[in-house]
Design a protein around this ligand. Structure first.
Ligand SMILES: Cc1ncc(COP(=O)(O)O)c(C=O)c1O
Length: 321
């Protein structure tokens, strides 16, 4: 289904699918699994590597000679775009929004180490950040460069369409009858890609999305837009009831994006102590906290196998403490 799309290999093979036996014993669920998208060879890995495979494929197809990416100082996407650029031999310009007096730490420090040119924008809105990124693209083109702007959510979602079949093949190879998948719900490309991939493959997966950023309606709209975009891009409609298998949970959101909750802090401790999983607070801890809740309230029944995708973000720990 994806063979028509250019892709540059950055993930380096399938990521591991591991059982979480000790957590399973602790919560009384014998079939909990984790897909280790936090363990990839490229600069601490993470979900954005899968999107970058397709963004870089398109960049190469267009003959681009540099990447442009914009985000906040804590952005995993900016760090991984800088890493991908270094790996394949492209220049990278990273536009960082946020107070210019804040020192570069965690992700942003790695971006600098990876050789990207960094431009600090000050505390601008997301809209203004986007405008400045588009202006940088025009300025670079006028100066004779061929820049590629990282971030198209639909092209990026192809990475998790592919991940859905990777996970399905892994489950089949070990006779695992997977029924539930848990992912953090945020901007949407990761979740929508996997949902679209599973739906078009006819997999019986129910998706549980603890929202870490938006209210339910906002996240649902994002998913619908990206899935519709994927259907146009790939040329294949998903089955009409795909959204019935998606449950959006706003209970993990707490006071909002990037703000830990008591439950997410507890989950980070528990999964570290029982499974040696290192999880940060913005995305991953809220997803793991959600998983515990779904086992407890029965929305993931004890006789149905579930897999959570660890989406990475590990360097954020060195910003969050
Ligand atoms: C570690 C991590 N997990 C999850 C997400 C959410 O992914 P998406 O934006 O595709 O919803 C992000 C986004 O930056 C991330 O960095």
């Amino acid at each position: 289904m994806l063979s028509a799309f250019s892709r540059i290999d950055l993930v380096g093979g399938s990521t591991a699918l591991e059982p979480m036996r000790r957590i399973g014993q602790a919560v009384g669920h014998p079939q909990l699994w984790v897909k280790r998208d936090d363990c990839m060879p490229l600069a601490f890995g993470g979900n954005k590597v899968r999107s970058l495979e397709f963004w870089l494929g398109e960049a190469q197809e267009r003959g681009c000679d540099m990447l442009v990416v914009a985000g906040g100082l804590a952005s995993n996407q900016c760090r991984l775009a800088a890493a991908a650029a270094a790996k394949v031999g492209l220049d990278a310009l990273v536009l960082y929004a946020g107070d210019v007096a804040v020192p570069l730490r965690g992700n942003a420090l790695l971006t600098q180490r990876l050789g990207a040119q960094i431009r600090r924008l000050g505390p601008v809105s997301e809209e203004e950040r986007g405008r400045l990124a588009r202006k940088a693209m025009l300025d670079l083109a006028a100066a004779g460069r061929r820049p590629y702007l990282i971030g198209d959510p639909i092209r990026g979602a192809l990475g998790y369409v592919r991940a859905a079949s990777e996970l399905a093949e892994q489950a089949e190879a070990i006779d695992l009858d997977l029924r539930h998948v848990v992912l953090p719900g945020s901007m949407g490309p990761t979740e929508a890609g996997m949902i679209y991939g599973a739906a078009t493959l006819g997999l019986p997966w129910n998706f549980h999305l603890p929202s870490v950023e938006y209210e339910a309606e906002g996240l649902r709209r994002r998913l619908e837009e990206i899935v519709a975009g994927l259907a146009r891009l790939v040329g294949r409609e998903p089955p009409s009831g795909w959204l019935d298998r998606v449950s959006i949970d706003v209970r993990q959101l707490g006071e909002g994006y990037g703000i830990p909750t008591t439950a997410s802090l507890r989950a980070a401790g528990l999964f570290a102590e029982c499974e040696a999983l290192i999880i940060e607070q913005t995305y991953v801890a809220k997803a793991f906290s959600g998983l515990l809740g779904y086992v407890e309230d029965g929305s993931i029944p004890r006789d149905e196998a579930a897999c959570i995708v660890h989406t990475g973000g590990t360097p954020s720990l060195f910003e969050q403490g």
